[in-house]
Design a protein. Structure first.
Length: 290
C-alpha cells in the first residue's frame, strides 16, 4: 500500500501487479493463465476488524473479534460526540523520530508540571503550569490544561457557563495505549506514538492536525499556513520535550537511576503507567503515604 493520503478505487501491488478493490477483493491477476485454475475469491485479502467511532477510525491489526466501542472509549463516547470530530478537515501531518522510549514520549503530554520550566519561552507563556484536571475513563484519560485567559474570565464574570471554554483551556485525551489527542481553539492534534526497530530506545511520533471548521476561514484570510502551525507544534516537541527525554533515555541506559518518583500533580502519568503495567501482567506502581 502507498503511504500518505489519497483516494483510489483499486490498488495494484508494485511487486507482481495483482490488483485489489477497496474491499480487498482480488480483481485481477497478472498472467493469470500461468497459475492454472485458481479462484480470485479465495485469494482476496482478509478483512481486519475496524469501526468509525464519533469521527475516529479504529482498526485491530489482527483478525478476531469486532472493535468494541465501550472497550476502546471506556466512557468517552459523549466527549468525542460533543467535539463533532468528523467535521474537522485534515490540515497537515508530520513524522518525528526520537531516541527515547515511546512511553517517555507519551509522558511529555500528560503533565504540565514542566511547562513553565522547559517551555518558559514558548508555550509556557500561554499555559498555566501546575494546574490541571484528570478524569479516568477505564484505560483512558481526559485532562484539561488552562491558559492564562482563565484569570481574565474569573475577573470578568463568576458565571462559568458563560466562559468560552475552548479559548481558555486545552482538552487532552490519552487513548490506551499510545495515542494523545489535543482539542483546542485551533482544532485537533492527533499524536500517535510507536516503538521503533524493536528497540526500547527509539520511537516514532506521527502527528496529524485537523483544523477547526470555525477557525479555518479566518486562518486562510490571515494567510496563516497549516505548515506554519504544524511546524510550531513540532518545534516545541522536538527542540524541547524530545531533546530532554533523549537525555533521560541515556541516563536510564547507563543505570544512573533505577526508578522515577511521580508526584500528586502527575496523576495522569501514574494512571498511564499502571494501565500499561496491567496490560503486560505486571504489578501496579507502589504508592507512598505522605
Amino acid at each position: 500500500m502507498p503511504e500518505g493520503r489519497g483516494s483510489k478505487t483499486r490498488f495494484t501491488c508494485p511487486y507482481h501487479a495483482w490488483t485489489y478493490g477497496t474491499d480487498g477483493t482480488l480483481l485481477a491477476i497478472n498472467k493469470q493463465n500461468h497459475f492454472g485454475n485458481v479462484s480470485r475469491k479465495e485469494l482476496s485479502l482478509f478483512e481486519l476488524p475496524s469501526a468509525e467511532l464519533h469521527g475516529t477510525l479504529w482498526v485491530r491489526p489482527t483478525q478476531g473479534d469486532p472493535v468494541d466501542e465501550a472497550e476502546c472509549l471506556g466512557g468517552l463516547e459523549d466527549d468525542l460526540a460533543h467535539w463533532q470530530l468528523a467535521d474537522f478537515p485534515f490540515a497537515h501531518t508530520q513524522v518525528i523520530d526520537v531516541r527515547a522510549n515511546w512511553k517517555m514520549a507519551v509522558d511529555t503530554f500528560a503533565e504540565n508540571y514542566h511547562v513553565n520550566i522547559l517551555h518558559a519561552e514558548t508555550v509556557g507563556k500561554e499555559m498555566k503550569a501546575y494546574l490541571q484536571t484528570c478524569d479516568i475513563f477505564k484505560n483512558n484519560l481526559r485532562f484539561v490544561y488552562p491558559n492564562h485567559k482563565l484569570d481574565l474570565m474569573r475577573f470578568l464574570t463568576p458565571d462559568t457557563k458563560r466562559w468560552p471554554y475552548q479559548q481558555i483551556a486545552s482538552t487532552l485525551y490519552y487513548l490506551y495505549p499510545n495515542v494523545i489527542m489535543v482539542v483546542d481553539s485551533f482544532g485537533v492534534d492527533l499524536v500517535r506514538i510507536f516503538p521503533r526497530e524493536a528497540s526500547p530506545s527509539k520511537s516514532r511520533t506521527v502527528h496529524t492536525w485537523y483544523v477547526s471548521p470555525k477557525v479555518q476561514p479566518h486562518l486562510k484570510e490571515a494567510g496563516y499556513s497549516y505548515e506554519e502551525r504544524a511546524s510550531r507544534f513540532g518545534e516545541v516537541i522536538v527542540n524541547e520535550d524530545y531533546e530532554t527525554i533523549a537525555n533521560i533515555q541515556l541516563n536510564a541506559e547507563r543505570g544512573t537511576q533505577s526508578e522515577m518518583l511521580l508526584g500528586r500533580n502527575e496523576a495522569a502519568l501514574q494512571h498511564i503507567h499502571n494501565t500499561l503495567r496491567l496490560g503486560v501482567g505486571r504489578d501496579l506502581l507502589p504508592v507512598e503515604d505522605v
